[in-house]
Write a protein that binds this ligand. Structure first.
Ligand SMILES: [Zn+2]
Length: 95
């Protein structure tokens, strides 16, 4: 027999999700399965936490956009200039 005695912990309302939880949720794809029933219920009922989560998601999206752009950013012109200068030197020596 399964003891379905889920201990009803004292729900301290308003038990807002803490910022660590919200941050973790915001990093995951919006997948309700990953949330605990409490988190799911709370986000459904609590405008404040939902709003905070939406903000965090926007921040995460922006941060990811910035970092992926950073990786694709071209090296500064000075790098190309020194490379070009070296190639020209080689050309001169060869010719
Ligand atoms: Zn809340």
């Amino acid at each position: 027999m399964s003891s379905a005695s889920s201990v009803r912990a004292e729900v301290t309302m308003p038990g807002h999700l803490d910022s660590d939880e919200l941050a973790e949720i915001s990093l995951c794809p919006p997948d309700p399965v990953r949330l605990t029933p409490y988190q799911r219920d709370h986000l459904r009922l609590c405008d404040r936490c939902r709003g905070e989560l939406a903000e965090l998601r926007a921040v995460v999206r922006t941060a990811r956009g910035i970092s992926s752009e950073d990786l694709l950013v071209e090296p500064p012109a000075s790098v190309w200039e020194s490379v070009a200068a070296r190639m020209h030197l080689d050309d001169d020596e060869d010719a």
